[in-house]
Design a protein around this ligand. Structure first.
Ligand SMILES: [Zn+2]
Length: 473
């Protein structure tokens, strides 16, 4: 074997779904980039219980194996919630990035705006540029702005640089080309990385059965144009099992349920899943119900309104979309603004009104579903449509069992209607067969060995990496 040109290290996303943090160290070009810098839900569940126990420092996250131990990779503003007032003020209001040490990596590329792909960028040295799609940036900022400030939501002075599909981004001699793919959040990309060791392809998360499957097809066509990649880093969430379903089927099923139902319906789906929002909105309109959102859900969806190429109903002008007043003691500024604006137009509703006229609403819930169900106190006989993967969706860390207990407590039944954001085993199989990569590294899967066995004939080698282990080309 000759001199190694590129070293690939997976610091997350191996033998787990999510937490992707893949370091590409191109020794030939002397350049290092991270592909995604996500939060590992598996490690998070093992050590923390939101909102009671949270990470208290970067050192702690390193020691539990959540993030890699790399000198100068992280920000000096690491204890944003416990720092002195002056320090906090300075970190919020002044650009302190010049005071950060020289970072060990040249850039971080985020494939899409799911926490298991970007959730730990808040910890990074502010001198490191973070590249992500235009729509992904809007979602990430909206989510961080509407979160309580802590170590994992500190977005101050992060240096975002946005791209569009087909751009060619030069990081010194390394060229990175983002190409859009279809996933359960808008603004999702795969990457073609032209390195000194040949082309490396990273799929991010993708599917072929969604509304925008043509995007994934374009990603595939682009790879085919370039010829067989040296390495394909491929997601395998559903390598061992999946259901065959698409968004149209979800809409038909939800429509049949809602049409025949005369009480309140609660719909639980990912806040950033725009396809699912559109599905519930369409069904609500057909059944003459109003969609009711939390202020946070409204804010995050509104952020997507200006995304190019995304057919989004303008939330501001959609008079049939309501928000509920969370009836809190204190409201954030963004929340006050939404409530003031919509209250003038009769679009703010109370829990009492929702309870009294349940048959007129589809009440949407997401990350805070248990809290919202408790505050709403839905009348007996209401229906809960779970429209995420079961039992955990990618962004839900609360216990599914506790949710079921609360639904039973209030006398609700649950129905599961979902179509996944990830490719199923047959979709991946076809993708690999057409692409013919020389080597494959499975990522974002709990079953990398199954990946190796099931797809054995589609590459010369399928390399199963352990957390933090290296692979060189
Ligand atoms: Zn994802």
């Amino acid at each position: 074997m000759g001199v190694e040109k590129v070293v690939i290290t997976a610091f997350g996303g191996v033998e787990e779904i999510g937490g992707n943090k893949i370091l590409i160290d191109d020794k030939g070009y002397d350049v290092r980039v991270f592909l995604d810098f996500g939060k590992s839900f598996e490690i998070s569940r093992r050590y923390y219980e939101f909102p009671f126990t949270r990470p208290s420092s970067i050192e702690e996250l390193i020691s539990v194996g959540s993030i890699p131990d790399i000198a100068n990779l992280y920000t000096i503003a690491c204890d944003i919630t416990t720092a002195s007032r002056e320090k906090r003020k300075k970190w919020k209001n002044e650009d302190y990035s010049e005071e950060e040490p020289e970072p060990p990596v040249d850039a971080v590329f985020i494939s899409h705006s799911h926490l298991d792909h970007y959730g730990h960028i808040s910890l990074l040295n502010r001198k490191i540029p973070i590249y992500l799609g235009e729509c992904a940036e809007k979602i990430v900022k909206a989510r961080m702005e509407t979160s309580t400030l802590n170590l994992e939501t500190n977005y101050f002075h992060l240096s975002f640089k946005t791209f569009r599909s087909g751009d060619k981004i030069k990081i010194h001699s390394l060229e990175i080309e983002p190409v859009h793919v279809d996933h359960s959040v808008p603004g999702a990309y795969g990457f073609l990385i032209h390195s000194s060791g040949g082309t490396i392809v990273y799929t991010g998360d993708f599917r072929m059965h969604g509304h925008a499957s043509h995007l994934t097809q374009e990603f595939k066509d682009k790879i085919l144009d370039e010829g067989s990649p040296e390495i394909l880093i491929c997601e395998g969430t559903h390598v061992d099992k999946s259901t065959v379903s698409n968004e149209n089927e979800v809409r038909e099923k939800v429509s049949r349920i809602v049409e025949a139902y005369e009480d309140l319906i609660i719909a639980d789906f990912n806040m950033t899943d725009f396809d699912r929002f559109r599905t519930f909105l369409r069904v609500a309109r057909e059944s003459k119900r109003n969609i009711v959102l939390s202020t946070r859900h409204y804010f995050v969806l509104s952020a997507m309104n200006n995304c190019k190429g995304l057919e989004t109903p303008c939330l501001e002008k959609s008079e049939d979309i309501l928000v509920f007043d969370p009836q809190k003691k204190r409201y954030s500024n963004w929340e006050k603004k939404i409530l003031e604006n919509l209250r003038q137009r009769g679009r703010v509703i109370s829990y009492d009104e929702i309870r009294m006229k349940g048959e007129k609403f589809i009440f949407c819930t997401s990350v805070d579903s248990i809290t919202q169900v408790k505050q709403l106190r839905p009348p007996e006989g209401s229906l809960y449509i779970l429209s995420t993967s079961e039992p955990f969706n990618e962004e839900k860390e609360l216990s599914f069992e506790k949710l079921l207990n609360w639904l039973e407590f209030y006398g609700l039944s649950m129905i599961h209607v979902h179509s996944s954001g990830h490719a199923g085993p047959l979709e991946i199989r076809k993708f690999l067969k057409d692409i013919c990569p020389k080597r494959i590294i499975p990522i974002h899967t709990e079953k990398p060995m199954q990946f190796k066995r099931y797809y054995r004939k589609y590459a010369k080698d399928i390399v199963v990496l352990a957390r933090g282990s290296l692979y060189s080309i």
